[in-house]
Write a protein that binds this ligand. Structure first.
Ligand code: ADE
Ligand code: ZN
Length: 326
């Protein structure tokens, strides 16, 4: 299909990517062997076969268990470098990645090992290909706000290399309001804040993220469409929504990609774009997501270009750098 070549060729940016979600089964087994860990799967094929999720939580259970193979700074470097090579091959020129420090510090891994491993790989990608990046430290919402404050304290020596804060993990029952004080503290540090909202949770959680956490970007936000007034507000404010189509299908947010609201979001004037979320678990990187949407929704070249433009607009690149890619 002619548009598939366009998808491959366009310089792209990715704004919603969990680095722990790029851990491919092959690397998981290699790191398990390196660290003397026995995985509860006989081989790569049986691990992959377990990637059949009923909802967000069933995925998160596997994702946190898988992250247990990440121990040394080198492990985090290898994880990040593998993603960056893949991203470069996909035509990504700028990426903004989440990391979940609490997943690692809770297992006794030093914040420094996580941070330095990821950052060194990001620096190597910029040196090698000129690929730019931002690093977003994400708080786990199934844990307490107090736990969030504790990991923020551990992050303080590294803040010069952290570009923003996020909120992820189990959404239902953990509304943004639970983290109001923590995000007020993050904003005092003068770094931008984002939050997963309206993925599985209701549109009201998107409103809370905007009003109580004062985020400058909503991650997912697909359930915003259930609130017409919210949609109008998001469009008027040009609030970015980092949509992740293959993730939504794998986690049963929508039954089928043909039912995905991506096109409707664009038609409503929303600043939506396509991202891969946890590509090792959801069956596709950024270009795969765009290709799958092109096919399932019969997106035209104009819609693909719009999605890619939106992604640059919503990125944290400086205006001059954005202009270079437009
Ligand atoms: N952590 C990693 N991927 C996530 C997702 N899609 N939603 C919430 N938390 C996550
Ligand atoms: Zn996510």
């Amino acid at each position: 299909h002619p548009i598939d070549a366009l998808i491959a060729q366009l310089p792209k940016t990715e704004l919603h990517l969990h680095i722990e979600g790029t851990l491919e089964p092959e690397l998981m087994f290699a790191l398990a062997a390196r660290n003397g860990i026995t995985l509860p799967y006989a081989d790569i094929a049986s691990l992959r076969a377990a990637y059949d999720f009923g909802n967000l939580q069933s995925f998160l259970d596997l994702y946190y268990a898988g992250a247990g193979v990440l121990q040394s700074e080198q492990d985090f470097y290898d994880l990040t470098w593998a993603y960056l090579q893949r991203a470069h091959a996909d035509g990504i020129v700028h990426t903004e990645i989440f990391f979940d420090p609490q997943t690692h510090t809770a297992r006794g891994i030093a914040f420094a090992s996580v941070y330095h491993g990821i950052s060194r790989a990001l620096e190597a990608a910029e040196a090698e290909w000129g690929m730019t990046s931002r690093l977003i430290m994400s708080f786990l919402r199934h844990l307490s706000e107090e736990d969030g404050f504790a990991v923020l304290e551990q992050a303080m020596p590294y803040l010069s290399g952290i570009d923003g804060f996020g909120l992820d993990s189990s959404e239902a029952g953990h509304p943004p309001s639970k983290f109001q004080r923590l995000f007020a503290r993050c904003r005092q540090l003068e770094l931008p804040c984002v939050a997963h909202a309206g993925e599985e949770g209701p549109a009201a959680y998107v409103c809370e993220a905007l009003e109580l956490l004062q985020v400058c970007r909503i991650d997912h936000g697909v359930r915003s469409l259930e609130d017409a007034a919210l949609v109008q507000r998001l469009a008027a404010e040009r609030m970015p929504l980092t949509v992740c189509p293959l993730s939504n299908i794998k986690l049963k947010v929508f039954a089928d990609l043909a039912e995905h609201p991506l096109r409707r979001m664009l038609q409503a004037g929303l600043l939506a774009m396509v991202n891969s979320d946890d590509p090792a678990y959801f069956g596709g990187y950024l270009a795969d997501n765009l290709l799958a949407c092109r096919r399932a929704l019969d997106l035209g070249a104009d819609e693909i270009v719009q999605l890619v433009r939106n992604s640059f607009e919503a990125s944290w690149l400086a205006p001059a750098q954005k202009a270079d890619w437009q």
